[in-house]
Design a protein around this ligand. Structure first.
Ligand code: AMP
Length: 412
């Protein structure tokens, strides 16, 4: 027997039932974005590999281990996008968006790719939606962007969500602290995981993220970045916190918060959900004031977040019933089938959602199908050339002329 095909490891199909929940999520996000003036954008699903090496950072897990990288026929190294911020910044620079009124406020949604070990809530192709405010260093932008995700989570009704907040300070100010942290790590090197030990010089902050017991013990008394912020960074962070409080967004300060990408500066945040297992983060982000300059653009401060669509859906864990059709057309006998198909086409063009049997079902089978499609009404072409309209809720029926159906059922 021929081998059965399967979706590649870490990927999944979204079947119609599950699609209804995704659509609801995206519609809600679209409303939240539109109300705050964030415009949809889209960038390619793959980019030059060096964009991520330079943008995300060579020391990160993403670049070291997780990228789907391939060579195209012209010998160029390309990578399926593992995240959205570096591509958006590339697009900002390439399209001269610094000439627009600042900040430029963008939203995106789509598939992303990371070669991770699959588990619940972690896939190799997953979907993110995100928002970026590019071109402002004001704490006002931080508060607006964070509030956006907080409102989305609230509006969707995701239970058990906590917002964790911290500041990494600016790159210059962080340098001195990193020196201290490295000394702390070197002093207790033999207690650390191999991964953390190898990256002490390259990316010491990642040690805070480790779930290795020995590393956790070392980090419990590590110096904390929040105690080492310079005056400007510290004032910026205080303002962000005050603005969030004024906007009724609750948060907890988490001095051990770090993120897996190199580009973050100042404010970082993470929305975690206690209904999820190990992969508990539904979304997060932060400020990346140095990234656009690093990608060859003008110095441009910016802040944004990305949220995982699958994680939010897992946390919501509720059925969404797809809206039913306005009308189902059933036919007794075969004589009227062509008429039924023609009427369905006409009604659809007039904006009515209609289904008609394509499978040669008996009238009984068609009535069952009308129930399954959750149709509000069924028009039945009767064998004798007459027709009747049935309200599927009340089960009341009335004789009708098929030509009058549009008027009868057109929504007010
Ligand atoms: P990041 O781009 O790593 O900051 O991730 C932002 C959000 O994307 C996370 O909070 C998750 O909700 C989601 N996410 C990241 N990686 C994956 C993955 N491999 N599978 C599913 N969701 C993911």
């Amino acid at each position: 027997m021929a081998e059965k095909f399967k979706a590649p490891r870490g990927t999944f199909d979204v079947l119609p039932q599950a699609m209804a929940r995704r659509e609801l999520l995206l519609r809600t996000a679209a409303e939240v974005f539109a109300r705050a003036g964030y415009d949809w954008t889209a960038t390619p699903a793959f980019e030059g590999t060096d964009l991520f090496e330079r943008g995300v950072g060579k020391s990160t897990d993403i670049v070291r281990k997780e990228m789907f990288t391939f060579e195209d026929k012209g010998g160029r190294s390309l990578t399926l996008r593992p995240e959205g911020t570096a591509p958006i910044c590339r697009a900002y620079v390439e399209n001269g968006m610094h000439k627009l009124a600042q900040p430029v406020k963008l939203a995106y949604a789509g598939p992303f790719f990371r070669h991770e070990r699959p588990q619940a809530g972690r896939y190799r192709q997953f979907h993110q939606l995100g928002a970026e405010a590019i071109g402002s260093d004001s704490p006002l932008a931080d508060a607006e962007v964070i509030t956006l995700l907080s409102d989305l989570v609230e509006e969707l009704g995701v239970p058990g969500v906590e917002l964790r907040l911290s500041s990494l300070g600016s790159l210059d100010a962080r340098r001195e602290y990193l020196g201290e942290l490295k000394s702390h790590l070197h002093a207790r090197e033999d207690e650390l995981s191999d991964d953390v030990r190898e990256r002490i010089e390259l990316n010491p902050l990642r040690a805070f993220d480790s779930d290795h017991e020995g590393t956790k013990a070392v980090m419990a008394d590590a110096p904390q970045l929040l105690d080492h912020l310079d005056t400007a960074d510290s004032e910026h962070f205080t303002e962000v916190r005050e603005l969030l409080t004024a906007s009724s967004v609750e948060y907890t300060i988490d001095p051990t918060l770090v993120r897996g990408l190199d580009y973050y500066t100042r404010t970082i945040f993470s929305f975690v959900c206690d209904r999820l297992g190990a992969q508990s983060e539904i979304g997060g982000g932060g400020r990346y004031d140095g990234l656009i300059a690093q990608l060859g653009g003008p110095h441009t401060p910016a802040i944004g977040w990305a949220a995982g669509v699958e994680r939010i859906l897992l946390a919501l864990d509720e059925e969404v019933v797809a809206p039913g059709r306005d009308l189902y057309i059933a036919v007794e006998g075969d004589a009227e089938r062509a008429k039924a198909v023609a009427l369905a086409a006409e009604l659809r063009r007039a904006g009515i959602s209609v289904e008609v049997d394509l499978g040669g079902r008996s009238i009984k089978g068609q009535m069952k199908q009308a129930d399954r499609t959750n149709a509000a009404r069924t028009l039945i072409f009767e064998a004798g050339g007459t027709a009747r309209l049935r309200d599927m809720g009340t089960r009341e029926q009335q004789p009708v002329e098929p030509a009058d159906v549009l008027e009868l059922i057109r929504p007010a």
